[in-house]
Design a protein around this ligand. Structure first.
Ligand code: PFF
Length: 472
């Protein structure tokens, strides 16, 4: 597989390879860091429930749509839109902007993970005292130089992989490291849920309190579905473009969100019960992962070592996501502006690094700067990218595939002899549906529902949530 070269387009070695690489893009800081703190801030079980509903209805639908467009055209996001309908290429550009913004703050958090590998390895946080751990974390992110240094290091790692074309790397490593992450998470969950006082957190995480569900909570959950599944910015279009013609797209589109959600829910169980057991506020926000988990490790046999292994795997999960973010930007510039891959990667990474600096400083010296809805710089960039640009990309994707490229359900109305009216639906096998089902060879009993979801339910639901959440 060679992501990046447009002349020689490689292919994933196997279906498993594709699933692992796509899951590699999906599983990242969104699952380990963002999901638990969003759940903690937005009512626990209420958020989880809304998340799961949106995931099934919208996540699955759009995942299939992106992979289908990607495989049909064999191109990056912009090229793909252009090939089907030239006037829609700008939608792909919106995705590039989203990728740029997301990576600028993603890399800052990725840097925190690297710093925590070092802290774990040097035994710095071998304590269950969350007050101390909290102070340590705050002092670290509030300083100016060190987090920016680690942010640079994370960008260098991302750049190093993308510059060479992604070659066999992602596929090969994803197949080993993704299952390793899963196993490691299982151990941490086991420790967390068996701590004294963990029960309260488990209840908080699984019991939906419907009074907590507001427009803002639904938008946060929707933004997280897009962010976590890498949807709405053409990333899965790019990955789908390397997929072989005989792979079962509906099946992959279901498995990838399942793996992604599995990791997110495990992270929730690893962090929230422990936070409550240690009397640490679950709505603490972005700091949750970095304070609660070290406390859990200190309570585990071989905790120091476990901490190192965990943060190394978290770093790997973050890097398999960050390369997909950078790749969307780089492939755009290479294809559209004819830059060499090396020049594109270096310049864009430099710009993203620069854009990340204010995000990093907003945790300390620049914390007084509030941009959107009282949020600081990092949170505002996250809000614009995840809760505005990605859903917007999602709405446009639905309209594009459902109405422009074309998915049609034909209604047949028949009257029985008794005078009863019977309405049946039949799908017309347009290019989009042919591609999604391998020319009708793949058994996809949900095809009618999928077409309905993509033409009506998903775009309407995303639009409503979007306007309610953004303007509330
Ligand atoms: N899905 C990644 C995560 O959950 O960490 C983040 C991400 C990667 C978002 C790629 C969007 C994207 F295109």
């Amino acid at each position: 597989m060679d992501i990046g070269s447009t002349q020689e387009r490689g292919q994933w070695g196997s279906k498993l390879g594709f699933i692992m690489a796509a899951a590699g893009s999906a599983v990242g800081l969104g699952n380990l860091w963002k999901f638990p703190f969003l759940a903690g801030q937005n009512g626990g079980g209420a958020f989880v429930l809304v998340y799961l509903v949106l995931l099934l209805l919208i996540g699955f639908t759009l995942m299939m749509a992106e992979i289908t467009i990607g495989r049909f055209t064999g191109l990056n996001a912009i090229g793909a839109y252009r090939k089907i309908k030239a006037s829609w290429a700008w939608v792909g550009s919106l995705g590039v902007l989203a990728g740029f913004l997301i990576l600028s703050f993603y890399s800052v958090i990725g840097g925190w993970i690297i710093a925590y590998i070092v802290k774990a390895a040097t035994g710095t946080f071998n304590t269950a005292d969350t007050k101390m751990l909290g102070d340590m974390f705050t002092n670290f992110i509030q300083s100016s130089g060190t987090p920016i240094f680690y942010h640079g290091l994370f960008m260098l790692m991302t750049l190093g992989i993308v510059i060479g074309g992604i070659q066999q790397g992602i596929e090969k490593y994803s197949k080993i490291l993704m299952p390793a992450l899963f196993g490691m998470m299982a151990l941490v969950v086991l420790r967390s849920v068996t701590l004294d006082g963990a029960m309260e957190g488990i209840k908080f995480f699984i019991t939906p309190d419907f009074s907590k569900i507001t427009g803002g909570v639904i938008l946060a959950a929707l933004g997280q579905v897009f962010f976590s599944l890498s949807l709405g910015m053409g990333c899965m279009i790019t990955y789908g473009s390397y997929l072989s013609k005989d792979t079962n797209i509906p099946e992959c589109s279901l498995i990838i969100p399942l793996i992604d959600t599995g990791v997110a829910v495990m992270a929730g169980f690893a962090i929230i019960p422990a936070a409550m057991a240690f009397n640490f506020p679950v709505d603490a926000g972005p700091s949750l992962l970095f304070i609660t988990l070290p406390a859990v490790f200190s309570k585990m046999p071989l905790g120091g070592l476990m901490g190192v292994i965990f943060f190394v795997l978290a770093l790997f999960a973050a890097v398999t996501s960050s390369i997909s973010l950078l790749e969307v930007c780089v492939s755009y510039v290479v294809d559209e502006w004819n830059w060499t891959r090396k020049k594109a990667t270096l310049i864009i990474s430099g710009l993203i690094f620069a854009a990340g600096i204010p995000c990093s400083l907003s945790q300390g010296p620049w914390s007084h700067i509030k941009l959107i809805k009282g949020k600081g710089i990092l949170d505002s960039v996250d809000f614009v990218a995840s809760n505005v640009l990605l859903p917007l990309g999602g709405i446009l994707l639905c309209v594009f595939i459902g109405w422009v490229w074309g998915l049609r359900r034909i209604q047949h109305i028949r009257k029985t002899e008794e005078g009863e009216t019977i309405i049946t639906w039949e799908l017309e096998y347009t290019d989009a549906l042919k591609e999604a089902t391998n020319d009708g060879k793949v058994n996809f009993p949900m095809a009618t529902i999928w077409v309905f979801l993509i033409k009506w339910l998903a775009p309407v639901a995303i639009t409503i949530v979007f306007f309610q959440g953004v303007f509330s």
